[in-house]
Each structure stands twice: as C-alpha cells, then as structure tokens.
Ligand binder design. Sequence first.
Ligand code: PHE
Length: 451
Amino acid sequence: MEQKRSGFSGKLGFVLAAAGSAVGLGNIWRFPYLAAQHGGGLFILIYIILAFTFGYALMVGEIAIGRKTGLSAVSAYGRLDKRFGFLGILASIVPMIILPYYSVIGGWVTKYLVDFVAGKSAAVATDGYFEGFIGSNASPVLFFAIFIGLTALIVMLGVEKGIEKVSKVMMPVLVVLTVAIAIYSVFLPGAWEGVKYYFTPDFSHFSVKTVLAAMGQLFYSMSLAMGIMITYGSYMKKDVSIESAARQIGLFDTGVAFFAGLMVVPAVFAFSGGDPAALGKGPGLMFVTLPKVFESMPAGQFVGIVFFVLVLLAALTSSISLMETVVSIFMDKFRWKRIPTCIGVLIGSVALGLVSIFGYGIWAEVKVIGMQFLDFFDFISNSVIMPIVALITCIFIGYVIKTKAVEEEVELSASFKTRGLFRVMTKYIAPIFIVLILVSSVLEAFGIFKF
Ligand code: PHE
C-alpha cells in the first residue's frame, strides 16, 4: 500500500515544490506593505529572525511528521497518537477554506495579465476599474474558473509529473523576473527615497504589535499550520536532509519577499512623490495602485505584463499546493483515486469560490461578523484556525510524541545540527508567541464588529 504513494524524485524537486507553495501572493503583495507600515528595515530584520528560528522549527516539525507517517495531515496526527486525530481534521479544514478564495484572487491576477497583454493598461489604471470588475457578474467567475481549472489540471498529473515538473520551471523563472523588476524599480527617477525608506530601520516602530504582524505574516507566507508541509513531507525520500531542505525553503521564501519589497516600495515612492501612504493596504495596492504606477513609467505595459506573469506563477504554485493537500487528504482517508478526487475537490472549491465572488456582487449586502465573505474566510483560516493548529502542533511535538520523535526522523538522513534550537522553539518560545497572536487577532476582530 505505502509503496504506491507517489513522491518527489529528489531534494531539488521537493525544495522547489515546497518553495512554490511558500512563495505566493503573501510575499509579493502583503510583505512589501507590511514592511513599509512597520518601520521598514526593522520589520525586515524581525521577520528574518523569526523565519529562521520560529518558522524554521515549525517547518522541520511538519515535514518530519509527514515523512515519518507517510500520510497527509488528516491521518498523520492520529497515526502518531490516537487522541490527536482532531488536530488532523482541524489542520485539514484550513486549505479547504483557503483554496477557493485564493483561486478567486488568482482569477483577478489572470484577468489583469490578460488585460495588460491586450494593451488595456491605460483602462486598467483608471479609477473604479477594479471595483467594476470584481462587482460584475460574469468576468470574475470566468477567470476564477480558468485559474482553478489550471490548478486542477496540474494536480491531476500527479506529484512528480505535475507538481514537481511545473515547479522546476516556474520557480527559477519567478526568481529571475522578481530580481529583474526590482532592479528596474530601484533605478526609476525618485525611487531612491523608497529604497532608503524600505531599508532604514525605524526603531520607534518596535512594539509587540510589529512582532505579531511579522509573526502572522510568517505563518501564512511559509505555508505552515495547514497540513501542506506534512503532505509534501510525506512525498519526500528518506535520504533527503529535512534540515537543509527547510533552510532552503525559508531562504527562498524570505528572499522573494525581500526582493518583492524592493520591487514595489521604490516604484510606488517614485510614483507618489515619496508618500508611504500610497502603499495602502489590502487588494488596493496590487490591483489599483500598481497599475497606475506602471502606467506612469516608461515601458509600463511591458513591466505590467512581466509583473503579472510573475504574480500568476507565484499564485499558481501556491494554489497547486493547497489543492494537492486537500486531494491527498481525501485520497488517504477514503482510498480514492487521484483523478476522481481532483474532480470532486474542484467542484467543491468552485462552489465555495462562487460565494466569495458573489460577496462582491449580488450578495454585497451580506456580511459575516461585519466582513465580506472573502475577508471572512481569510480571517477565520489565517487568524483563528491556523494559530490554534500551530499551537496544538507545538504542544503535540513538544510534549506528546516528544521532540525526540521528530529528531529521529531528521537524523535518518543527516545529523541534526540545529536540534537545540528546534527543541527550545517548539517547546517554549513558539507556543507563547502563538497564544499572543491568537489573543491579539481575536481582539482586533471584536474591535471591528463593534460598529
Ligand atoms: N504561502 C503563500 C503565500 O505567501 C500562501 C499560501 C497560503 C499558500 C496557504 C498556500 C497555502 O502567499
């Protein structure tokens, strides 16, 4: 039975596929504005420290659990300790919630790419274009269908022939495009102020809030606490070093986020005459501000095309990992075959995705705890369930199966050089921080639905 499980051919395939999951919309669109809002270089510094201590430890733990059990999250936790089957279910709910709305946003990216290619860059840059698009009936559905259909097609091809192959092409292209646009952006007239702003650490921003913002971004960005790294770990060969793979994934993810900031912040500064407020928040930055920025620069249409190709690649490799995780959950649990499972997951995700789409159109009046559907799905998965899963996972590894269980798995391929760091993070530091994130994000939400 276990022999039939498909897998990555080697370390490179594994690292690129996992990095493909980690590098996504979060890196390109969320990291730059978070850094700009939270003290520039200070935020970058805090983020890097957290990524290579806290994020790294959690990633090692998840990959090891996956490889040890050869199962996806829903069954892996229960296999290691029967009482923790519920944790598998909880972790599995997260990708099921995220996949549909992530693909809706992937559809927006696809639409923008098509518009830029069709030479409509000036129209895209006009006020109200984005709102008009997401509020319309047919177009968001069409592009959502294209995006999620493409994702399903690749997942149907399987781990080695689909996911690994695609990641090996897309990820190197993504890196080249990111660095190229960053260089172009830095040399735009007026951009230097932005570069300085991005790098200069503003220590007056040092607060619990900044650390928590970095931490929240870290989970999402490294695709942790949602069973993805467990699933990918279950496809990993026993002779590949978990430690060095986790380090490389972290490096990839952080590196792309860093360059994305260099791509976005200086360009927006050049456009706005040095006003950091122009970086805005939420979808506005990518879908409203950046098209205007492109329109204002030389060769803007071309830069826009390259940018949206890059974002599309990042979003696609992430949605692939989400769908693969959901598919593997059903395959493991019910012993279904890949293709029918993919079709089932596709149908379910389309149904849920439509809810998010209609939340901007015909159901715009409907609100859940004061949020639009898409925002609500985002909130409940990222700010509530994920921290809970991360917290229980740390307790599970630290005190139930004990860190030794993970250490043994890591040592199958190489000696565990960062064992001390792993232990301290998993047992003590990470749980405390996660409780803080959870409390703060729930408090913030309560603040929101007061009015
Ligand atoms: N890590 C991805 C990003 O940075 C987001 C993601 C979340 C991908 C959940 C898969 C699953 O955008």
